[in-house]
Design a protein around this ligand. Sequence first.
Ligand SMILES: Cc1cc2nc3c(=O)[nH]c(=O)nc-3n(C[C@H](O)[C@H](O)[C@H](O)COP(=O)(O)OP(=O)(O)OC[C@H]3O[C@@H](n4cnc5c(N)ncnc54)[C@H](O)[C@@H]3O)c2cc1C
Length: 517
Amino acid sequence: MANSNCFHANRNLNLLPGPTIGDSRDMNQSTTEHFDVLIVGAGISGIGGAYHLQNECPDKSFVILETMDDFGGTWKTHTYPGIRSDSDLYTFGYGFKPWTGPPIASADEILNYMAEVIEDNDISRHIRYEHTIKTAEWSTHDKFWTLKVRHKDSDEQLTFTCGFLWMCQGYYSHTDPYTPDWPGMDRFQGAIVHPQTWPDDLDCTNKKVVVIGSGATAATLIPAVADKTEHVTMLQRSPTFFVARPNSNELADTLRQLDIPDEWTHEIVRKKILFDQQQVVEMSVKYPDLVREELYKGIREILGEDYDVSEHFEPAYRPWQQRIALIPDGDLFHSIASGDASVVTDEIATFTETGIETARGDLLEADIIVTATGFDLSVLGDISFTIDEQPLDFSDTVGYRGMMFTGIPNMIWVFGYFRASWTLRADLIAGYVCRLLQHMDKQDVQMVAPTLRAEDRDMELLPWVDPENFNPGYLMRSIHLMPKQGTVDPWRHTQDYWKDKDELPVADLDDGALVYK
Ligand SMILES: Cc1cc2nc3c(=O)[nH]c(=O)nc-3n(C[C@H](O)[C@H](O)[C@H](O)COP(=O)(O)OP(=O)(O)OC[C@H]3O[C@@H](n4cnc5c(N)ncnc54)[C@H](O)[C@@H]3O)c2cc1C
């Protein structure tokens, strides 16, 4: 690790003064800036990381490089009608910043919340927008990373060096969403749009809209446009679990009535939600049919006994194999009940000039087709990595606690939870990184890399996530590009908040698997 003595970067200036260690000057004489820590991405993970870093490691210099022109990540990229969280903000929000709104929040509300964190903690001076990291080269000789970065404004290639790389780049491509190649797409005369690249001027008023997809995005978008469209159809190949609930939290409301401080309310409500979720997860494994029935009950109450809930809302998989999207106030189901929206569960045979023909031969007329078909995985922010001049093949590595990787020194990747709220893990990882950085300073070492110990070498290697437990399309399509996980700790990637919350804050940093130099 680049400790403060080795090549200390001036916190305010952050420009290396001359050709010292870490100051590589390229052909066109652009300067190199050095930071102890470089955070990739100003989404919810990167901003949370910055908060932890400046509170827990106040002596570390750091910068956040962000390719977009503002913070927010996912919540800035997605601008489709109705865009909102599908998990509650008591747990999707940070542990350190109370959430005071309704549990399910719009993208704007999440961005405002993040803006407050940035403002309250004076983080904006550390963020460089429109900086896209293209390459990252690790040198064991120098014990630091060198990054080539494209600055959009000047179209200049900049060079940054850093002791530690904190990857908060998320998991999907923000520029290229996933759209399958269906037969006849080019015949369709209307507009085909992906929610991730929603055109500002797209007007759905009095239009026939077909939304392809069954996930949280489709479920969010449909009630948001249903009122104004002539009709909106959700076309899904197979159903997804949803839970219809009021967008309020009784416990939070009661605590607020009692004038309990926001910090306490946040903590208590967060604990209660997590506790309840844990019960549901356990029940989903032990008594999946009971949990299914509970979920369907809420839907039937809105759609009525005559509606075919079984065909459209009863998935083949077990509850909680994927996060169960919360439908605030059951708005999707109310749109269906009112006749503004409907669901068709069928395969696409072909696009036609005027819509979609399904495998069963139904023709769904459309002026606009929305492909809510998900993402393409982006492995490591599309950055090309080399380790000591050797190109890195990420799939050759084994994950250490699902956040560091064998053979990749001084790098951590924040991959949050996908069944619980992502940020719960981002917060836990941030605490771990800060502890690791402090530990390295105490030991006066500059480099750490997970390495399989003698007893780990014959361990069976498994896919990055267990497809039995989590199997969304974007991950399954690209699982071969991802690191492996082992069968024993600390090589497992369990995605288990309850395990992580007890283990990560006290995990042994001298377990023999983390090798320091
Ligand atoms: C529509 C939608 C709704 C979701 N709802 C929920 C929810 O309710 N609950 C939940 O837990 N999860 C949800 N998720 C998952 C969600 O992505 C995460 O929860 C979380 O927002 C991810 O935050 P992040 O900061 O890790 O990554 P991101 O939000 O993806 O941000 C990563 C940032 O890194 C930047 N970046 C990437 N590569 C580079 C590079 N090479 N150089 C510079 N910058 C780079 C990107 O521009 C981006 O700003 C949702 C996802 C989507 C798409």
